[in-house]
Design a protein around this ligand. Structure first.
Ligand code: ADP
Length: 218
């Protein structure tokens, strides 16, 4: 089941994917996470990507496509994946069409003020990557992960200037993908305006209905 998750930065793609990947036993492949890992490991790809990412700009296609292909070649991606953060442009969508056949696209829809609150409050665990929110989903102990007790941090690109830039780029470059996938008849809309994040929430249920339907047709 090869699925693309689409939605503005802060739409909650990563949070929902961490639940859905367990339900469907397919990996969550986030190009943002792959890049952040490369930066953490200090690879030459990481070094090249860092300056673009911190400014909230897109990393050049040749860097991101190589990284993605390498990840898709790993054995756990054999039965499908939840692809998050790629494609981000029509050009990347065409590249993806040549690499793998996407079965469905989940488009998370939400109001801009909800997006801003989410991004401004987002804090992430350095150890396990779990996502919290200072306002809406605070950890039990400030600055400490509930699960692995490692430190929580704010991403450089979740600071105010970068957020505005990322949203503008999303509107101009990524939103046109909605039409692209609508024309292919594989676009599914999910209302993600809710603030509550738990396994039983409506967003996960809606995603499950869509994914079960896609799975039954494979
Ligand atoms: P978000 O969706 O919250 O903006 P991501 O973790 O998906 O964050 O991406 C963080 C950054 O990584 C992006 O702002 C961009 O610099 C880079 N990036 C991730 N995916 C891509 C991609 N497909 N093409 C170009 N740059 C990318």
């Amino acid at each position: 089941m090869k699925i693309v998750l689409l939605g503005a930065p802060g739409a909650g793609k990563g949070t929902y994917a961490s639940k859905l990947k367990k339900m469907y036993d397919i990996p969550h492949i986030s190009t943002g996470d792959l890049l952040r890992e490369a930066i953490k490991e200090g690879t030459s790809t990481g070094l090249k990507a860092k300056t673009y990412m911190n400014k909230g700009e897109f990393v050049p296609d040749e860097i991101i496509v190589d990284l993605l292909k390498e990840r898709l070649d790993q054995s756990d991606a054999g039965n499908g994946m939840l692809l998050d953060g790629f494609p981000r442009t029509i050009k990347q969508a065409k590249i993806l069409d040549e690499i793998i056949g996407i079965r469905g696209v989940l488009k998370f829809n939400l109001e801009r003020d909800v997006v801003l609150k989410r991004l401004g409050g987002r804090i992430i665990c350095k150890g396990c990557g779990e996502i919290f929110n200072k306002h809406k989903l605070p950890p039990k102990q400030e600055g400490i992960c509930d699960h692995c007790e490692d430190d929580l941090y704010q991403r450089d690109d979740d600071k105010e200037d970068s957020i505005a830039k990322r949203l503008k780029i999303y509107d101009t470059q990524t939103k046109p993908l909605v039409e692209h996938y609508k024309n292919k008849n594989i676009l599914h809309n999910v209302d993600a305006n809710i603030d509550m994040i738990d396994p039983e929430c409506n967003v996960i249920r809606d995603c499950e209905d869509i994914l079960n339907d896609i799975k039954s047709k494979i």
